[in-house]
Design a protein around this ligand. Structure first.
Ligand code: GDP
Length: 418
């Protein structure tokens, strides 16, 4: 039995989806263990290009069972749309290869509205939410005020619970939202998705000895406890949460693969040391196609940040790393890297606590560019010495081996170093 977790080291968008897609065929189960449809895992393979929001990135592999774990919040309307898109691309999705935990929480349309309204109220202090209702849904989950998917089995009981939740919103919060049609839509979606809802704990128990790939959404910096709170997500994308969120708490991880991008990006608000706001940033954004997969928002850009990435690697407890999108840097003559933070005369390599982050500036070390196309290279020994220098410096700073390097979005544009 092998249990691996693929997690983001940075702010998300590191290329986790493409790495899960690459490895998924080797595992019996691929499990998403947290988050909702705010994820945008882009996968480019023989079937085409897909942005996965709720469905695990193992869906393209015939013999892989994909699980949406109890740690997730699920918008059934979004799921329905995502399944339609996959089917239009020739991918089979059925209760045979996709299962949803009966303990996952339902994200309802009023969560989306609450999210939008709160961002509007916050104005220039906004969190940078994707406005998909994720924070209100997790908020309700921990207030014990939402529906678990398994409740849909018994429609009468579920309706009673739903009515009580509506009363709670209206009476306690004077919440003035039109709830008409939400229940009816839910009943229609229930007809379609009831066969997908199972007790995944039982499923895993029966399948003793099987292998698991646990797929995170977002990255370490967005962890609700250890990230740049409140500019975080509302769940834990850390590997340590994976056994809990996947529906099998007794699982022990054999391996944590941290995904780290060859330069920095951040979507949404919050302090981001070394943000490139001028032409340099625009150039890198265009080269890397850095626009959000879930929202289309331009991502904020920086050079590679050793300080934040080392913190991310430590939070994830990563055993090995995949360095992605190295090819994006091909045309840069010089490549600066953030090796420390400074505030006046004070310099540090430790990641500061969030309220103090905005006072820090980056300290750069400059690397020569390699000036050639890496996208066709498949062997590390064929890398130009400048590219090796860049990779090996990151490896040393993060104190963790870089076992994989990706040089293109396609499934095979990957160099295996071990
Ligand atoms: P995720 O959310 O962590 O899965 O990452 P995203 O899907 O948001 O972002 C990764 C983007 O980079 C996707 O559009 C991928 O197709 C693309 N990508 C992944 N690896 C590489 C790579 O090595 N090179 C290039 N040029 N693009 C890549």
């Amino acid at each position: 039995m092998k249990v691996s977790s693929i997690v983001g080291v940075n702010f998300g968008d590191e290329g986790k989806g493409r790495m899960v897609d690459y490895f998924a065929g080797l595992y019996d189960y691929v499990v998403r263990y947290q988050g909702g449809d705010n994820a945008g895992h882009t996968v480019k393979n023989a079937y085409g290009e897909f942005a996965l929001h709720l469905i695990p990135s193992g869906i393209f592999h015939e013999n892989t069972i994909n699980i949406m774990g109890p740690g997730m919040v699920v918008n059934l309307k979004s799921l329905d749309k995502e399944i339609e898109n996959l089917r239009a691309g020739g991918i089979e999705v059925s209760p045979k290869n996709l299962k949803i935990s009966h303990r996952a929480s339902l994200l309802l349309p009023y969560h989306v509205q609450q999210d939008q309204e709160e961002e509007k109220r916050l104005k220039d202090k906004k969190y940078g939410s994707t406005k998909k209702g994720i924070a209100p849904a997790y908020g309700d989950k921990y207030m014990k005020k939402t529906i678990q998917l398994g409740e849909l089995y018994d429609l009468d009981k579920c309706k009673e619970h739903f009515d009580d939740l509506v009363a709670y919103k209206q009476e306690v919060f004077n919440y003035d939202y039109d709830f008409t049609g939400i229940w009816e839509d839910l009943v229609a979606l229930r007809e379609k998705y009831l066969p997908y809802i199972v007790d995944v704990y039982d499923l895993f128990e029966e399948g003793q000895g099987k292998s698991f790939l646990l797929e995170a959404q977002l990255g370490a910096m967005r962890d609700v406890d250890y990230g740049i709170y409140p500019y975080t997500s509302s769940s834990s994308p850390l590997a340590a949460y994976a056994p809990l969120g996947c529906g099998y708490p007794k699982l022990k991880l054999d391996e944590v693969i941290g995904i780290v991008k060859a330069y920095g990006t951040c979507v949404g608000e919050g302090p981001f040391v070394g943000e490139l706001t001028g032409e340099e940033g625009d150039r890198l954004r265009t080269l890397g196609g850095e626009y959000g997969a879930a929202t289309g928002r331009p991502r904020r850009i920086s050079y590679f940040d050793c300080v934040a990435s080392r913190y991310g690697v430590q939070l994830q407890g990563a055993d090995k790393l995949a360095l992605t999108k190295l090819d994006v840097l091909d045309s840069l003559e010089k490549i600066p890297m953030i090796v420390a933070y400074k505030k006046g005369d004070f310099e540090t390599k430790s990641f500061p606590y969030t309220p103090y982050l905005k006072d820090f500036e980056p300290v750069y070390k400059e690397f020569p560019g390699w000036g050639c196309d890496l996208s066709k290279v498949r062997n590390y020994k064929d890398f130009p010495k400048e590219a090796k220098m860049y990779v090996e410096y990151i490896e040393e700073e993060l104190r963790t081996p870089i076992s994989y390097i990706s040089v293109g979005p396609e499934r095979d544009a990957l160099i295996l170093r071990d």
